[in-house]
Design a binder for this molecule. Sequence first.
Ligand code: GTP
Ligand code: MG
Length: 314
Amino acid sequence: MATKTLEDIPGVGPAIAEKLRESGYTEIMAIAVASPKELAETCELGEKKAMDIIEGAKLCADIGGFETGEDILERRKTVTKLTTGSKAFDELLAGGLESQSIVELFGEFGSCKTQVCFQLAVNATLPEEMGGLDSDVIIIDSENTFRPERIIQMATYLGVDPDVTLRRIHVARAFNSQHQVLLVDKAMEMAQDIKCRLMIVDSLTSHFRAEYVGRGALAERQQILNRHMHDLLNFATVNNAVIAVTNQVAAKPDAFFGDPTRPIGGHIVGHTATFRIYLRKGKAGKRIARLIDSPNLPEGEAVFMVTEDGIKDA
Ligand code: GTP
Ligand code: MG
């Protein structure tokens, strides 16, 4: 079956298809699950027209089907694990971060979410015997905190060529939430040419939090975040990749949850992430990782350190 294009949606000619693509609706499925209001506004269409397009997209979208447990088991056999650099942290995760999953690292500022991401990026480029994925890495950096200097320090400590490591790490700044969402499409394209088994989104939620303020904006924020999470999960499945995303805990109560220690993004992020890890500061520069939610592992804690050389056991 030939893959369908936007022009296959009833009522969508070349001009509207162009508008849709320019606004980031490059997939029929994205249109099928969009809200009429959102589509009308971003593509400057009437709301009735937007509704018709969405109905049309639903008819021709490939909803997907069911797989047998056996098929899923077969795919799970290809799951590999990425080391964190700390034995204790790896053990908490039964060997490291699993491919085909989203791992959410959440915690307050300075809890070392970004440092863990740097270490994962370096480790992913290592051969599998060293706990790596022998792979390139894509980083979506929404807070402008990527530091090649730290990558060089960590790679040097591991005895690998820092220039080679840096060459395998592809970083894009996300300027706002919509740009962040589009960068996942771009990453999908890139992954057709280069082996990419780790994607990092640091931070997943900061743009969303800054842009969608107040209760009125919450439904829309959660809807877009939901689609974003599913794009990420799709990337993980298609590329047998680990997705690591960071999420700050709200210093001020979130509009959605009164509790200040709850991660931003509410139940959408929480339910789509396969593993949730809460990072916090311990005594004497130590950091504590707590596994909160996992489909197949018990809850527990691990203590690690961040040093100039990277993530290590305490
Ligand atoms: P936000 O992004 O602000 O939410 O914080 P984060 O959780 O991403 O924190 P980040 O990973 O940036 O951690 C910063 C901490 O890492 C610092 O407070 C330092 O304790 C530690 N750190 C960073 N670089 C070094 C280093 O070269 N040596 C050592 N020993 N610690 C470092
Ligand atoms: Mg950070």
